[in-house]
Design a protein around this ligand. Structure first.
Ligand code: GRF
Length: 219
């Protein structure tokens, strides 16, 4: 089977990137990581990717004159790697229209809230402050607006009375490491289609009860 080639973009510790990498090395995996790009030289995930034998590059905005030139360089590098899917995994950069349009329906992100609630930064702290009873994470296709786009999969966790943002973030992160590889696995298996604002999943087998996913199937 031809595995789906995936590029992962990171800015920090890269634990989601590592979860994707680990899943990609399972025998039944439908995808492989062909490239990791960091936009910061101090991104912890960079060394981890290199140690794992993955091609890992730094492409920094500071080395370019404009946002467009930076994103063009990102685009060219990814194209050159033959990746067919781009995964944002803690990539701290709001990608512009040209990049998003070029990779439409081939660009996904993970966000540590149950979208469309709590977009942006520090969302676990916001969830604790707002007193919501449930929090979670979302994998979605990327659109022009921040943390917006058709939802592929979500996982739910409880918010407990004694939680602070770190405890809640850790509980959510555990689920992130499950649903991100799951979403990519489905895409690699050709089970995912975007229909308007919704994602259809063909015959998805869901093994984790925290995961909430639409029951749609293809026609
Ligand atoms: C994760 O919480 C992810 O949902 C968010 O940024 C964080 C990245 O963590 N987009 P890591 O670098 O994958 O450990």
């Amino acid at each position: 089977m031809n595995k789906l080639k995936v590029a992962v973009l990171i800015s920090g510790r890269g634990s989601n990137m590592m979860a994707l990498l680990e899943a990609s090395r399972q025998p039944e995996s439908s995808f492989e990581i062909c490239l990791v790009i960091a936009n910061r030289s101090d991104a912890g995930g960079l060394a981890a990717a290199q140690q794992a034998g993955i091609e890992a590059d730094i492409i920094k905005f500071g080395d370019f004159e404009t946002r467009e030139a930076f994103e063009e360089a990102l685009h060219d590098r990814i194209e050159h790697s033959d990746a067919r899917l781009v995964c944002l995994a803690g990539f701290m950069w709001l990608l512009g229209d040209a990049f998003v349009q070029n990779w439409r329906d081939r660009l996904i992100n993970i966000h540590p809230s149950l979208l469309p609630a709590f977009k942006g930064l520090n969302v676990q702290a916001q969830a604790v402050e707002m007193g919501v009873r449930f929090a979670g994470c979302t994998v979605h296709f990327v659109r022009h607006e921040l943390d917006d786009g058709p939802i592929i999969v979500q996982a739910v966790v409880p918010v407990k009375p004694a939680d602070d943002e770190n405890i809640l973030a850790a509980r959510i992160l555990e689920q992130e490491h499950i649903i991100y590889p799951q979403a990519v696995q489905w895409i690699g298996e050709g089970r995912i289609r975007v229909s308007g604002e919704r994602v259809l999943i063909d015959n998805a087998d869901i093994h984790n009860e925290a995961i909430i996913s639409p029951f749609d199937t293809f026609d």
